[in-house]
Design a protein around this ligand. Structure first.
Ligand code: MG
Length: 269
């Protein structure tokens, strides 16, 4: 079994300091947290940025500033930028604007679903255009799966040559409005993946420990961070706390943790 790749998703679109004082909002706060997260064993950083008011944005300059700061601090984390539907406006030009920046991965949802108060809208044209931008700029997509059909569509896009092998998936469990985070649902998704695919799992909210544990058992990788879950045992979590929780589970299950360089090899970056 491959070593375990830990992705840290430090910020997302939803957390605020009111929800959890450990939330990291500004680029300086994010980078300071990433330094600690890399030390703790994370090898991929799934990145969102916020505007001056702390609201989600896909602004290219904000992403560039964040990537520059990551480089200035000589972090070795694999950088994965979000192209998600909640980063401000949901138009193609808005969502693709950061894809010419120097990053190794980006998120790509291969279908539409619901978030609690908005639509996770990803039209066929938008998916294809984002995938083409990523291919042109040598960015590996992480295919964000919120529902079963998104796996089937990714396989179809691979057949059409729009997505290049090997595919890497993130099975996003328990987003309100999308698939519930149950072991049965996760097993079904894992069994639906192409043979040569790699995968990671996000377990939103209360599903965090169950979903990540099952992924570690099944040879998958894991994503954690305040984007996905805000508390541990009813207390405010921090990004470092969440990585430590993953490491405790991985240790019990005898799964070693991958370094960023080992993660690059596993994902063929
Ligand atoms: Mg995200």
């Amino acid at each position: 079994m491959d070593k375990l790749i830990i992705t840290i998703a430090p910020t997302g679109n939803v957390p605020t300091k009111a929800l959890n004082p450990n939330a990291v909002i500004t680029n300086d706060e994010i980078v300071n947290d990433l330094i600690a997260c890399q030390e703790e064993g994370a090898s991929i950083a799934h990145l969102h940025v916020r505007d001056d008011n702390g609201l989600p944005t896909s602004d290219r300059n904000r992403f560039k500033d964040l990537l520059d700061k990551i480089q200035e601090n000589k972090l070795n984390l694999i950088t994965q930028l979000s192209t998600g539907a909640r980063g401000g406006q949901n138009t193609l030009d808005y969502r693709r604007q950061m894809l010419d920046l120097n990053c190794e991965m980006a998120s790509l949802s291969t279908g539409s679903s619901n978030f609690p108060t908005s639509i996770n809208g990803n039209s066929p044209e938008l998916i294809e255009a984002l995938a083409n931008d990523m291919a042109k700029n040598n960015i590996k997509p992480e295919i964000e799966v919120f529902d079963t059909a998104m796996i089937k569509n990714a396989v179809y896009l691979k057949k059409k040559g729009i997505l290049k092998p090997d595919l890497h998936f993130n099975l996003v469990m328990n987003v309100p409005g999308s698939m519930a985070g149950t072991p049965r649902n996760l097993m079904f998704l894992i069994e639906s993946l192409p043979q040569d695919a790699t995968f990671t799992v996000s377990g939103i909210g209360k599903s965090q420990i169950d979903m990540l544990t099952l992924s570690i058992l099944m040879g998958g990788h894991v994503r954690t961070g305040l984007e996905d879950v805000l508390s541990i045992d009813g207390r405010h979590a921090s990004n470092v706390d969440l990585i430590r929780q993953v490491k405790t589970i991985a240790h019990a299950l005898k799964r070693e943790i991958a370094s960023p360089e080992e993660a690059r090899k596993i994902l063929n970056l």
